[in-house]
Design a protein around this ligand. Sequence first.
Ligand SMILES: NC(=O)C1=CN([C@@H]2O[C@H](COP(=O)(O)OP(=O)(O)OC[C@H]3O[C@@H](n4cnc5c(N)ncnc54)[C@H](OP(=O)(O)O)[C@@H]3O)[C@@H](O)[C@H]2O)C=CC1
Ligand SMILES: C[C@H]1O[C@H](OP(=O)(O)OP(=O)(O)OC[C@H]2O[C@@H](n3cnc4c(=O)[nH]c(N)nc43)[C@H](O)[C@@H]2O)[C@@H](O)[C@@H](O)C1=O
Length: 318
Amino acid sequence: MTPLTLTSETRIFVAGHRGLVGSAIWRHLESLGHTHLIGRSSSELDLRDRGAVFEFLSVERPDVVILAAAKVGGIQANNTYPADFLSENLQIQVNVMDAAAEVGIDRLLFLGSSCIYPKFAPQPIQEDSLLTGHLEETNDAYAIAKIAGIIQVQAVRRQYGLKWISAMPTNLYGPGDNFSPTGSHVVPAMIRRYAEAADAGSTSVTNWGTGTPRRELLHVDDMAAACVHLLNTYDAPEHVNVGVGEDVSIAELAAAIAAATGYAGDTEWDTTKPDGTPQKLLDISRITATGWTPQVSLAEGITRTVAWYRAHRDSIRS
Ligand SMILES: NC(=O)C1=CN([C@@H]2O[C@H](COP(=O)(O)OP(=O)(O)OC[C@H]3O[C@@H](n4cnc5c(N)ncnc54)[C@H](OP(=O)(O)O)[C@@H]3O)[C@@H](O)[C@H]2O)C=CC1
Ligand SMILES: C[C@H]1O[C@H](OP(=O)(O)OP(=O)(O)OC[C@H]2O[C@@H](n3cnc4c(=O)[nH]c(N)nc43)[C@H](O)[C@@H]2O)[C@@H](O)[C@@H](O)C1=O
């Protein structure tokens, strides 16, 4: 292994620096004293524009690229717009990686997702479960784009010898999340729904699916620390799971969020909405062996995110 240790002078392009993950990485790097951070919003640099991406990277020539820009959404968004999730994510990641390879950027971190694994993978899911079974139908298009990203990282390492790596986060949540009622992931959707119900004095809230699926939830500040940790310590072609090593049922999650918002009414379940994968729990022994462990418990993370939502609800993305 020949790890490259980031210093405060390292020039780091955080693609997607205004999103949930990118903004957390940016905050974490700033807290560590990094002063040479490069970010562009999608309106300044549309990463689907291949010519613009090549021009940008050949001029900026960062030392490191963190690829946290993507078209991202919850189960319903993925299920409704699979063509967009496949095409936009392939365009973004292929453009950035092709340009970074041409410029010779030595260090790149690609972010995938735990949805790359087979729908019925043995739990907890080890990295080598990849491509051993059929994908979950609600997000197969997005997952295939992410799998292509893992393979491109490995191909570039083999062909050009660049020290690129991939991380596969479990489901994430935290400040700066997308709180859209229809497009978001389960944690922000429920925080908004229960907070609005609590504030309005409602007595019934309806969530999606049956409540029986199990999900592993990682606070985005832990994810940001994991990204920086991997860039400092990990240099191998195999992708790395990032999670907490524990899961909860969606019904348990709903009860915890209801309590955190002060909601005391009933919860109903709309079983016409999809459940998705029955369980997604990652085996995190590869990353914990490198010395990283998550710090934020689910209870603490929910409390902090509810407080963040209430403080920012007038200016959030939705
Ligand atoms: N959230 C989650 O639960 C999980 C996320 N991940 C992965 O983490 C990464 C980040 O996700 P997350 O932060 O949640 O997503 P967000 O939707 O919060 O942020 C995505 C970012 O990507 C940028 N972006 C999207 N399209 C383009 C484009 N065409 N050109 C330039 N920038 C673009 C957006 O920029 P702008 O704001 O300027 O428009 C936005 O800041 C993704 O790769 C995702 O797959 C993996 C597992 C779980
Ligand atoms: C990160 C991951 O995110 C998505 O997959 P997912 O794991 O299914 O994540 P989700 O947060 O959308 O749902 C988790 C569970 O929660 C239930 N649920 C209840 N009520 C709401 C609700 O109101 N909103 C949402 N979104 N889900 C709800 C929902 O029915 C499901 O059983 C994919 O984009 C995938 O590509 C991906 O990578």
